[in-house]
Design a protein around this ligand. Structure first.
Ligand SMILES: [Zn+2]
Length: 326
């Protein structure tokens, strides 16, 4: 890695810790609009790890984990560099919404972005071209946002060369997160898919939500990042890895009717095919739709926000296959 890291006009010398904004554009009122960048450039040689959060503006746990790690990292002891973007989608964060309310765009569908585009496209462009492609590996952090609760899950994708896929799987396993979802190339335009297409091992960690920012999930997010840093010898210590993992590719359930959604299940409950795992009722209390488990499996994530429209996510049931470590 180079001694001085450069992200556009921002330079971070070896042994330096810096927090600043990457300027992107400006608001109608003339205020600068960009996203925060928090870098620790270690004195020792090692990989450049990018960790991003809040590409969806209502996902809060990852930003807290990134800020805590940046605060505690000692550049003198760090091998490689930690590059944190705690919130990419600043307009969506300000509104407390998943998508940017100004242009209505879901930012995680439009990478690598567009220089002469809408605000979301410009933010994505600078994140991808000025930061992501200059890093060695990427942890893209997500959460349940306002509407969902998610049990900690790590996602890696089978895209690109065998070697790249193996490196992505290794990175995913290094998080120590024991629910694993292996995906293909679906959802192009996401950081996960486009990072892999750029040749960078890229994984996603999903957890938390319910419109909150609970310590439990902030700590889980932090632990996943620090496990990776320990695994790749960026910081001292042994990663805490599970003895077995649950391999849980699965199925998203969608509503076909609007109403009031409720579930009786908890995250990680085991369910049987055909079992009712959620209901949608009308304003008189009559059930208008039952959401049933599409197959035997485990509840990986579920909607917790009651108002539901037709076509929205309800419950994600993962298949349940145990894989022993080793
Ligand atoms: Zn997200």
């Amino acid at each position: 890695m180079p001694d001085v890291l450069k992200f556009r006009d921002i330079a971070i010398a070896s042994g330096e810790k810096k927090k600043t904004y990457m300027a992107v554009t400006q608001t109608p009122g003339g205020q600068p609009l960009g996203f925060p960048l928090m870098v620790v450039n270690g004195k020792k040689n090692g990989p450049i790890l990018l960790v991003d959060g809040a590409v969806h503006g209502d996902e809060y746990e990852s930003g807290e984990a990134i800020r805590a790690i940046w605060r505690d990292l000692d550049p003198g002891a760090l091998a490689g560099a930690f590059v944190g973007v705690p919130v990419i989608n600043v307009p969506a964060f300000e509104a407390g919404r998943r998508a940017n309310p100004i242009d209505g765009i879901n930012m995680n569908r439009i990478f690598p972005g567009k220089l002469e585009g809408f605000i979301s496209e410009q933010l994505a462009y600078y994140f991808y071209h000025e930061i992501l492609i200059k890093c060695d590996m990427v942890i893209d952090m997500h959460g349940g946002g306002i509407a969902l609760a998610i049990s900690p899950t790590v996602i890696y994708r089978e895209i690109g060369s065998d070697e790249l896929q193996a490196r992505a799987k290794e990175l995913a396993y290094a998080t120590g997160v024991d629910l694993v979802w292996k995906g293909g190339g679906k959802w192009g335009g996401s950081i996960n898919v486009e990072g892999m297409r750029a040749g960078k091992p890229t994984i996603t960690v999903e957890l938390g939500g319910e419109g909150r920012c609970l310590d439990e999930f902030v700590l889980a997010q932090r632990k996943a990042i620090e496990n990776v840093m320990k695994y790749y010898k960026m910081i001292h210590g042994e990663p805490e890895l599970p003895k077995e993992r649950i391999i849980a590719p699965g199925t998203f359930g969608f509503s076909t009717k609007g109403g009031l959604f409720r579930t009786t299940k908890q995250l990680r409950d085991l369910v049987k095919k055909g079992e009712v795992i959620g209901t949608i009722s009308d304003l008189f209390g009559e059930i208008v739709e039952e959401i049933k488990a599409p197959h035997d499996g485990i509840i990986v994530s579920q909607r917790t926000f009651p108002t539901i429209h037709a076509g929205e996510w309800t419950v994600y049931v993962g298949t349940y296959r145990i894989e022993k470590a080793g």
